[in-house]
Design a protein around this ligand. Sequence first.
Ligand code: SF4
Ligand code: SF4
Length: 440
Amino acid sequence: MEEVKQWYSTTETIKVTKSADICFDTTKRGQRKRKKFTSQKLRWSVQIAFLILVIVIGWQFYTFVAYCEAGGKGFYLPRPPGVESFLPISALMGTKYFFGTGKINDIHPAGFVIFGTLLLMAVFFRRGFCSWMCPVGTISEWEWKLGDLFLNKLPRRVSSLIRNIPTRFTAGLSLVFTPIIILMLLEVITMEFFKSPFFRELIPAFIVAMILPFAVPRKYWSDKVNDCIARAWKYSILAFFLQMVVIKIPVEQLEVLYERAPFMRVADIKMLKFFVNLSGIGLVVVLVFLMLSVVSKNFWCRFFCPYGAILGILAYISPFTITRDKEKCIDCGKCTKACPSYIVVEKKDHVLTHECLACYDCVNVCPVNGALDMKLAGKRKKINYWLYAAMLVGFFIILTNTARVTGHWYTKISDTEFILRSAELDNPKYTHKEGKFETE
Ligand code: SF4
Ligand code: SF4
């Protein structure tokens, strides 16, 4: 089949496959969409609502800690349990504790409940959390959309090069560190390896690995390959945490941690202090991620987020899938161009990949009614974005509120205890090193 260019309006050119019935009128196979309130407007509204919620939680917790540090004086706001969603290691520990004992821990119960809810959401609704609710995903999306405003004005080759530099750099780092992390997980090497003479001898090889993604011609080493190598980071980080927290810590030790470890009881305050008093290096790292996210779509989410990694793996069993109807599709490629995860949607019958964020962006830009939709696997049933959003957000609200009314939401640590402990945060008993910690 020969491909031709066909003008559909004065402003856009789209490619269509030359065939008698679709060459000049897309409405013969499917009607053109008329859009009023699009899926993207609804998604942005949900994103903004959750971002505001997270900001309110952060402000409420900050106020609570200031009240505790003042010895229980000043403006009081109760500690928001949602703050525990910023303690991912505690959430992982809580998950193992739940499966090991059948109980929900009472130090950070909301952290476990939120994490468990996200895992179940991925099982049912793919990575809808990432594109509809996660505040980091929201900020990342705003950043690359801002970057697009500038990059789209540059010549295509230049903008493409700028977009790909962060991916190539991350791929180079991944070539160096992914094997090291795997060897550490297999306990072939330890932290001592970094001080050994053998490590220093490997440095030239690491430099070559960093250069390879930039130096090898694209026809032998495409940016798609770089993208896959770079994504290995998030799975390495996930594997590292699973090994350290889920595999290595026995349930009995978790019981001790929850009952008698002082550092667990102030983990949320320490986390706040970490972000409020960010070190120079921490600040540089955050700024680098923020800057790279402007030119590289969802930079943190695509390459580094261990949450995204685990949700993506679970999403394989989700019954919801972006499905393309080959009969109606006019091969315009708009879906592929719109996809923030660089999935070649126009070539797939079903988008069965851990990278699909269920953002509906591809469905939104598809010009032909019925050519691309979110569908229930194995059925022809189309899932409208309103229904999808209602199920996704409703599921989150129902599960977290069920935890609230059944008494698995609020920590058992009293305000009085928080006030006493926040006065002695510098005490060594609130630290832990290499798995060792004090008990009381
Ligand atoms: S395939 Fe569609 S729904 Fe999935 S991430 Fe890409 S644009 Fe979003
Ligand atoms: S499915 Fe993709 S390629 Fe096909 S018509 Fe829709 S946007 Fe175009």
